[in-house]
Design a protein around this ligand. Structure first.
Ligand code: TXA
Ligand code: MG
Length: 373
């Protein structure tokens, strides 16, 4: 599937929202902005529309999708609370254990709208394709006025995986979504740059009401514990594969090999410098600096043989949230400059986003031999 359709980008407006709602009603996927990353939306209970999402992304069928809802959509059910509304829409099972329901409700009422995806036993309206046949469904209420307006106007719950081809860098602005899906979708709604910049936290609610963290994001385990009173278990990579099939070790990856370090260039060993130098076959180095202090010094440049350096600063304030906001767009632009290798030199001040930032950098660098100490 490529070059089959003309892709139109419309700035967010009531007309663009109406056009998106119409396309969604026709079973057409549409790219919409959210506060985390851009999503490729489609009617969550239309198996044909869902199949089009998998095809446009080249996504394997065993990687399930998140279902997105809005306050308006839930209110229309007339149910007493958000959990009851999800059950009324057929998205969540009516037979939750009491402890599971209690924890779920605390999260839905306390953290939505926002960058939190909650995994719960699925309801009868959810097609198999959405959950890849799993007995649980992932649900999120985004905190972006355009995303919410599209869900309201469409009057339906929407699947919305990140609007990139499978395994590639998630788009945090409309141009990036177009670069990923040009000719594969008819409509992209441009809502500007995404505020958070990395995908939502994904958490599973177990039958006993305890929580398992499947993907770190802007909502931290500490915040979740604060809401529900119980500890959050980080699901390890082994169990994680079964629990959250889309969490492959390699993900969010640029085409250029990426290496990650938190050591300032002034403290690099001779062995490390020699190793990096040997990778610069075209004399072109990409450098992603987590803060001003982590930019490549003149001494390092000289020691590397004075390569052509394409540099980007992730966060002038050195904060993890700022770095996370700029991560994907910066990686994408460095990748496009075509260096031999990209060094991400990042040691961000943790303001809640450090775990998510490290997770994404680790996955983006998977498959490239790390720098020596
Ligand atoms: O911030 C976000 O969540 C963005 C925006 C667009 O909302 N969406 C997003 O979707 O990141 P996607 O498809 O790129 O990532 C979905 C993640 C995957 O890791 C997938 O394995 C996991 O959620 N997931 C989805 N359904 C699941 C389920 N039933 N059980 C466990 N994990 C699930
Ligand atoms: Mg994704």
């Amino acid at each position: 599937m490529s070059g089959a359709v003309i892709t139109t980008v419309l700035p967010a407006s009531p007309e663009a929202v109406a056009a998106a709602a119409q396309a969604l009603a026709d079973g057409e996927p549409v790219v919409i902005p959210t506060e985390t990353v851009y999503g490729l939306a489609a009617d969550a209970v239309d198996a044909v529309a869902v199949a089009r999402v998998f095809a446009a992304k080249d996504r394997p069928a065993d990687d399930p999708l998140i279902v997105h809802v809005s306050p308006g959509l839930l209110a229309r059910t007339g149910a007493d609370d958000r959990l009851a509304a999800l059950v009324a829409l057929g998205l969540v099972s009516p037979a939750l254990e009491a402890a599971c329901a209690r924890t779920a409700l605390a999260l839905l009422e306390g953290c939505w709208p926002g960058p939190l995806t909650v995994v719960l036993p699925r309801g009868p309206a959810v097609p198999d394709a959405v959950t890849s046949g799993l007995p649980a469904v992932a649900l999120r209420m985004p905190e972006h006025p355009v995303a919410l307006a599209v869900i309201d106007a469409a009057g339906r719950a929407l699947v919305a995986p990140s609007a990139n081809r499978f395994g590639r860098i998630s788009p945090t602005h409309a141009d990036a979504a177009r670069a990923e899906l040009d000719g594969r979708v008819r409509l992209i709604v441009d809502g500007g740059a995404c505020r958070v910049g990395v995908e939502s936290t994904v958490v599973r609610v177990h039958a006993d009401g305890s929580l398992g963290l499947l993907r770190p994001g802007a909502i931290t385990p500490e915040q979740l514990t604060g809401r529900v009173g119980s500890a959050v278990t980080r699901v390890g990579s082994e169990a994680g594969r079964a629990a959250s099939p889309g969490r492959t070790p390699s993900h969010y990856a640029p085409r250029t090999p990426l290496v990650v370090t938190s050591t300032p260039p002034s403290a690099w060993s001779d062995a490390r410098i020699a190793d990096l130098r040997a990778r610069l076959s075209h004399g072109r180095l990409g450098w992603l600096a987590g803060s001003d202090a982590l930019r490549p010094s003149t001494t390092l440049r000289d020691a590397l043989g004075a390569p052509d350096v394409v540099e980007a600063l992730l966060a002038s304030d050195g904060r993890a949230s700022t770095a996370a906001r700029h991560l994907y767009a910066t990686l994408r632009s460095l990748d496009e400059a075509g260096p031999d290798v990209i060094v991400a030199c990042v040691d961000a001040q943790d303001d809640g986003l450090a775990e998510a930032l490290t997770d994404r950098l680790t996955r983006a660098s998977h498959g490239t031999r790390p720098l020596p100490p």
